[in-house]
Design a protein around this ligand. Sequence first.
Ligand SMILES: Cc1cc2nc3c(=O)[nH]c(=O)nc-3n(C[C@H](O)[C@H](O)[C@H](O)COP(=O)(O)OP(=O)(O)OC[C@H]3O[C@@H](n4cnc5c(N)ncnc54)[C@H](O)[C@@H]3O)c2cc1C
Length: 493
Amino acid sequence: MQTEWDIVVIGSGNAAMSAAIAGREQGRSVLVIEKAGPDLAGGNTAYTAGAMRFVYDGADDLVPLLEDPTDPRLPHTDFGAYPAERFAADLLGFNDGRPLSREQRTLIAESYDAVRWLASRGVKFEPIYSRQSFEKDGRHVFWGGLTLATRGEGHGLAEAERAAFAGLGGEIRYDCAAEDLIVEDGRVRGVRTSAGAIRARAVVLGCGGFEANAAMRAEFIGPGWEEAKVRGTPHNQGDGLAMAFRLGARRHGFYGGCHATPMDLFTPPYGNLDLPHLERKHYRKICYFLGVMLNADGERFVDEGRDFRNYTYAQFGRAIMEQPGHVAWQIFDASVDPLLYSEYRFHDAHFVEADTLDALIDRLDGLTDKAQARATIAAFNDAVDESVPFDPTVKDGRGTRGLALPKSNWARRIETGPFKAYPVTGGITFTYGGVEVDEDGAVLHESGTPIPGLYACGEMVGGVFFNGYPGGSGLTSGVVFGRRAGNGAARAA
Ligand SMILES: Cc1cc2nc3c(=O)[nH]c(=O)nc-3n(C[C@H](O)[C@H](O)[C@H](O)COP(=O)(O)OP(=O)(O)OC[C@H]3O[C@@H](n4cnc5c(N)ncnc54)[C@H](O)[C@@H]3O)c2cc1C
């Protein structure tokens, strides 16, 4: 068995595998070690929908990436364009006044090249017709700047990356958890793992954030977060951050921030490992923009139609976590039922149904102020501006008038039975705080200089996201910073 490698990559998610493939492309020997067994290979990446956000200029940029460029829907599809300025504006919208960070500028600039590179390594893409487009005048109209996902979603992406790595002669060791870094003469020279020490000339940390670590969530994000459901792998416990900090790495980014999404209240505590991979996302509940969300006091607490759900779903999980009991109800009438995504028809979707709103509210266990709930919906219905046509392909401006907390788009009266209420909580997806890396992906020490031999990528890189997240950016960020770390480690090795 080989005992010394040019590069050891910790983790087998999208970021780590991008680093590993890049390292092999440079001719270096690369070993990937993964804490999980083969069943949970690919970490959070394997749970994703595979949606990737990147800069493009119309269909001509997209068609070369597609698995099936002869799809008969393509001539009837409007993909629009997603220029760098829009990606920048989308990220800035969540920066709370901060200018674009260095990491964000890199993400935008390298986003299209990153997906083209993935495609060149055998990853295939398909348009996300079911969730990112609506039919309008006989055409498929995409909205929100997010158009493609990897074939077979995140599971397909992780499989394709493993195949690409294996094709380049790379090796993966499962059930092998990194525990500490080996340092000699001020340089990282390998990893101590649950399966013994492994020597290397460079080490890439691609082992995720701290979303699955209840104590770290409570410490950094805030009290109550120890109770959050975890949408993905149980293995992202902040191990890589702890190892880097022991070597004096600089903390970077927004540690109080995280991506958290409305989820079925009865979601299992971790990412639904018992389900087939394509069903693992089905506890998510993100069609709130078609109805209203009430908390246990019977009050609305967010503008459900503030923006396309790509730009709100990662914050509204947090908003629910801040409500009494970390719970809310998404309420819909029959008129929007056909528009609800398939996750609302999932065999284990929990909801209450009734012919009248009164009966529905009576049946909501845990909703303590039922009179207020009735008053909230009545006031909402009275405030809907019905003069504006409903159009889910654009921000239609069909809002409420006169409410202290408006619904800005897609407002429809909740008046046609039967009515449904889905109880939801917040599920954490990933954390935003991490380490700082330089242009080569090298981890920076508190002093501002790179820690020799240590690289990082993916969720571990801080400074990419602050108080929110435009959907589909995490995977792209993983490829952008993964490639950098792999190339940087290859040069160092
Ligand atoms: C349900 C869900 C849906 C999502 N959908 C999307 C989407 O459609 N588009 C998008 O862009 N993003 C999406 N995301 C976010 C996306 O998953 C992340 O941004 C991205 O996958 C993170 O990649 P990563 O490689 O940094 O981490 P991961 O993919 O989580 O990989 C980290 C790996 O490190 C391993 N590991 C941890 N500790 C150790 C250790 N000590 N030793 C060895 N290995 C270790 C873990 O087991 C894991 O395999 C979604 C996330 C979830 C949970």
